[in-house]
Design a protein around this ligand. Structure first.
Ligand SMILES: *[C@@H]1O[C@H](CO)[C@@H](O)[C@H](O)[C@H]1NC(C)=O
Ligand SMILES: *[C@@H]1O[C@H](CO)[C@@H](O)[C@H](O)[C@H]1NC(C)=O
Ligand SMILES: *[C@@H]1O[C@H](CO)[C@@H](O)[C@H](O)[C@H]1NC(C)=O
Ligand SMILES: *[C@@H]1O[C@H](CO)[C@@H](O)[C@H](O)[C@H]1NC(C)=O
Ligand SMILES: *[C@@H]1O[C@H](CO)[C@@H](O)[C@H](O)[C@H]1NC(C)=O
Ligand SMILES: *[C@@H]1O[C@H](CO)[C@@H](O)[C@H](O)[C@H]1NC(C)=O
Length: 510
């Protein structure tokens, strides 16, 4: 019995010892011998004798990364480039990469990585790009020692990583010092993670990578950004913030006014983009604000200061009724405008219609791609002039596919915008042109605000005059009844009716 217990305890101890061993110390790698039989190894040399090696081990059912670089890559990799991919293997735990002084791009997408070792890139002194997207990495795994470089004199050297893709992981928050050893990071992708707010430690972590030029925070659950969010950054020129829960364009965006060139804010519950939302973005070239379920208004003046705009994508916004094209005409570099599939009926551009074409100010000279399909366009004379302007002066040949059609007025419903001419839309010229500068009108002409006001005024005038006349008649009757009985009632009634008729007709002409 005693012996039996001893045996059990001994066995348990052995099992635990083994478990500790495999979990704690032993890092496992795949043997590099014959690696190029399993993976694909390609070496190229360009005209300047620059050597580039591609190690493609994706989808090869490896459980570990290779213990070294293939012999085919040579002994001396100084001044060469290695592009290594282990994507699509169940690697689970990312260990330290084998030593090389080549410039390295490393990717392990869909690797089921949940654990990351220490000093992973310490021996890859020229690591440039790392792609760890589509894994199970949490913020806790991104410890300060993951990106640690070599220890020299009193501190760790930074590593020269420039591009880091951590999209499609499980990051909720970053540790304060997570990026301390990668201060030269230029491109950071945190899309499709679990951020619902930028907490102080995440903010602190991002502040250490102040050389960022591209930041992707799309498809998280961000409702807002801290007021000083962009303070550490002076170089961000591309920002992806689409697919979050922003209800307005955050104020902190103005800290990017000088640097930003490309902004993606699609798929956010923003209702209105106001004139000061994008104030001062004088270098902004690309703007995508599509797929916004509740966007209703892009206010007048929104684009007034965006002088460098080249591409504006504002499509698939089902509630968008107002879009200020007028301030956009000042963007002389505009090449592409996409307004398809919204709820727009008007394009309010103030062209100088009366002038001969050659005398008009030339707007949008580079606009050659315009998409206006799938909107309930109101094809009035004004619209026809705007379209003519876009095409004639600016080479915009395409607004244009078979789905860009007039919805109103009745006589032009279904007409392709391409076929809408000024002659067609401006008949009868007077009524159509009159309707143009008014605020949006809805329904029957008699329900228009102006008509209602006129009707009320006319009624008041008529009733007033009726009172005065009636009063006068009563007075006269009293006076007369005091003196004589010469006049009879029928004549008096006729007088009243006549006067009423005449006031009514004069009010209508007014
Ligand atoms: C490796 O090659 C570089 C030039 O490409 C040379 O300067 C260096 O001395 C070489 N190192 C070794 C150990 O041979
Ligand atoms: C990913 O890892 C988890 C455990 O860490 C495991 O249960 C799962 O089967 C793995 N998935 C794949 C595709 O290897
Ligand atoms: C604009 O954003 C929408 C929604 O995110 C996307 O589907 C579309 O591809 C984007 N267009 C461009 C040109 O980036
Ligand atoms: C589109 O605009 C019209 C008024 O112009 C409005 O009645 C309608 O509800 C709008 N559609 C959507 C989906 O918002
Ligand atoms: C148009 O320009 C020409 C000269 O380019 C000028 O003679 C003419 O008066 C201008 N017409 C108008 C209406 O301004
Ligand atoms: C319009 O396009 C034609 C050729 O497609 C080109 O010759 C002309 O310069 C263009 N005009 C403008 C104002 O860009």
């Amino acid at each position: 019995m005693d012996n039996f217990l001893k045996l059990i305890i001994l066995t348990l101890m052995v099992i635990f010892a083994n478990k500790n061993f495999s979990n704690g110390n032993k890092v496992r790698y795949e043997s590099v011998e014959k690696a190029c039989e399993k993976c694909s190894c390609i070496g190229t040399k360009d005209r300047t004798n620059f050597r580039r090696y591609i190690l493609d081990c994706s989808m090869t059912k490896l459980n570990y990364i290779l213990a070294g670089w293939p012999a085919e890559f040579g002994d001396n990799q100084t001044g060469t480039e290695i592009i290594a991919s282990f994507s699509g293997n169940p690697i689970r735990e990312l260990p330290q990469l084998p030593e090389t002084d080549a410039v390295v791009s490393f990717s392990c997408r869909h690797c089921n990585i949940t654990e990351i070792g220490s000093a992973v890139f310490v021996d890859v002194v020229n690591i440039k790009r790392v792609d760890l997207s589509w894994n199970g990495i949490t913020g806790d795994e991104l410890r300060v020692d993951v990106f640690r470089g070599r220890f020299s004199s009193r501190e760790y050297d930074p590593i020269p990583l420039e591009e880091l893709d951590l999209s499609h992981n499980l990051i909720l928050t970053l540790e304060r010092r997570a990026f301390e050893h990668i201060p030269h990071l230029k491109i950071l992708n945190l899309a499709y993670n679990k951020f619902d707010l930028i907490d102080p430690t995440t903010m602190a972590a991002l502040s250490t990578v102040s050389e960022l030029t591209q930041l992707d925070l799309s498809y998280n659950h961000l409702k807002t950004l801290p007021g000083t969010f962009f303070h550490p950054f002076n170089h961000i020129h591309k920002l992806h913030i689409e697919g979050n829960l922003l209800e307005t364009i955050p104020d902190c965006f103005n800290q990017l006014a000088n640097s930003l060139k490309s902004l993606h804010i699609s798929v956010n519950p923003i209702k209105i983009i106001s004139a000061d939302s994008l104030l001062g973005f004088k270098n902004l070239k690309f703007l995508n604000m599509s797929h916004m379920p509740v966007l209703k208004t892009v206010s007048s003046g929104t684009f007034a200061h965006l002088k460098s705009l080249e591409v504006v994508i504002c499509k698939d916004n089902p509630q968008l009724e107002t879009f200020d094209v007028e301030s956009l005409k000042l963007a002389t570099d505009l090449k592409q405008l996409d307004l398809s599939n919204c709820n727009l009926s008007r394009l309010n551009v103030d062209f100088e219609f009366e002038m001969p074409i050659e005398n008009q100010t030339k707007y949008w000279q580079n606009l050659h791609k315009v998409r206006l399909s799938e909107n309930p366009w109101e094809c009035n004379c004004f619209m026809a002039h705007t379209l003519e302007g876009m095409v004639l002066y600016n080479n915009a040949t395409k607004y244009s596919n078979f789905k860009a059609r007039c919805a109103t007025p009745y006589e032009l419903a279904g007409t392709l915008l391409d076929d809408l001419t000024v002659e067609k839309a401006c008949q009868p010229l007077s009524t159509n042109m009159q309707a143009v500068p008014d605020p949006p009108l809805e329904g029957h002409p008699f329900l228009r605000p102006k008509a209602i006001v006129l009707t009320i005024i006319a009624s008041v005038v008529i009733i007033g005059i009726g009172f005065v006349v009636g009063f006068a008649i009563v007075m006269i009757r009293r006076k007369l009844s005091q003196s004589s009985t010469l006049f009879t009632t029928p004549i008096r009634y006729t007088t009243v009716r006549n006067s009423t008729m005449s006031t009514m007709s004069s009010a209508t002409v007014e």
